[in-house]
Design a protein around this ligand. Structure first.
Ligand SMILES: CCCCCCCC/C=C\CCCCCCCC(=O)SCCNC(=O)CCNC(=O)[C@H](O)C(C)(C)COP(=O)(O)OP(=O)(O)OC[C@H]1O[C@@H](n2cnc3c(N)ncnc32)[C@H](O)[C@@H]1OP(=O)(O)O
Length: 250
């Protein structure tokens, strides 16, 4: 079925989720991913530069006009709907619009292979939260951290085969989190029927515990017994260095 995007077809429906299927050959899809990832990175750099620039106002006006012209070029061919879920050749779901880790989302803060990964205990995110994510002066916005927790809970649940949607999310902010590196770990604590109780911690770049979170994920009735397809993350041992997910190790 056509969906208005010449590179994909709608493939199938699982409950509320529509999967589209790429019509491109693997090499072409990889080439597109590299090109879009480069564009996303360029726009992310633009956002950071726009936030911090001190150039004179005439230059600000000139740049605004140039950016609008660039936007118009991108919109000469654009899908009308959000990215959604596309099936890749490896059988995994490509969630390139995702607000935390989408390859094509410049707002996403989990950038690169080491930013978010799974092992058999749960999931870890190591993120650079800079000026774009400010809440209290010089510190990470509490809502941004809640967003990261929300995504990481889904990742941790998927890592152990217990997916669910967030029904409740509670964050205890224990100390301000300086902008910069943060490490977030999430893991499954209890499964009770369709309910999964999750826990997570956040540490700042100096290893201080800055926040903890709890969540209740519920496997939706419409997802029970379905063959929903989830994203695949690179195996932890494919990454270099010490990346143990033991929650007691910071
Ligand atoms: C994630 C799954 C999606 C599948 C997609 C497949 C493709 C995957 C590809 C890429 C995935 C990337 C995904 C990233 C996502 C990031 C994380 C988010 O942003 S999640 C969005 C925010 N959350 C919502 O929008 C939920 C909205 N709420 C609902 O949809 C329903 O309320 C739901 C599913 C939570 C429960 O609905 P019911 O009809 O299935 O289940 P009932 O029968 O009502 O409840 C079951 C049990 O759970 C308890 N429960 C339900 N909601 C509760 C709540 N809010 N508080 C406490 N208990 C609750 C109930 O009391 C019941 O418990 P008793 O069995 O009786 O003991």
């Amino acid at each position: 079925m056509t969906n208005g995007d010449p590179s994909t077809d709608d493939d199938r429906q699982t409950g509320l989720v529509t999967y589209s299927r790429t019509l491109l050959a693997p090499a072409e899809l990889a080439r597109r991913d590299r090109a879009y990832a480069a564009l996303t990175e360029a726009v992310r750099e633009l956002c950071d530069a726009q936030l911090r620039t001190e150039v004179d106002l005439e230059e600000v006006g000139a740049v605004a006009a140039e950016v609008r012209a660039v936007t118009a070029r991108l919109l000469t061919s654009a899908r009308e709907r959000s990215f959604g879920i596309e099936l890749g050749h490896d059988g995994g779901a490509r969630e390139h619009g995702n607000a935390v880790l989408g390859l094509r989302n410049p707002f996403a803060c989990a950038v690169g292979a080491r930013a978010m990964f799974w092992d058999d205990r749960g999931a870890r995110a190591t993120l650079e939260l800079g000026a774009l994510y400010e809440g209290p002066p010089g510190c990470v916005h509490g809502g941004v951290l809640a967003l990261v927790f929300d995504q990481l809970f889904t990742e941790a649940a998927a890592a152990v085969g217990q997916v669910g949607m967030t029904a409740e999310l509670t964050v205890a902010y224990r100390r301000p989190i300086p902008l910069g590196t943060v490490t977030v770990d999430a893991w499954l604590e209890v499964v009770d029927g369709r309910k999964r109780r999750m826990h997570a911690t956040c540490h700042d770049g100096d290893g201080n515990l800055t926040a903890e979170a709890e969540a209740l994920l519920v496997l939706p009735r419409w997802l029970e017994g379905s063959d929903a397809i989830w994203p695949k993350r690179p195996p932890v041992d494919a990454l270099d260095g010490d990346v143990s997910l033991d929650p007691s190790v910071t």
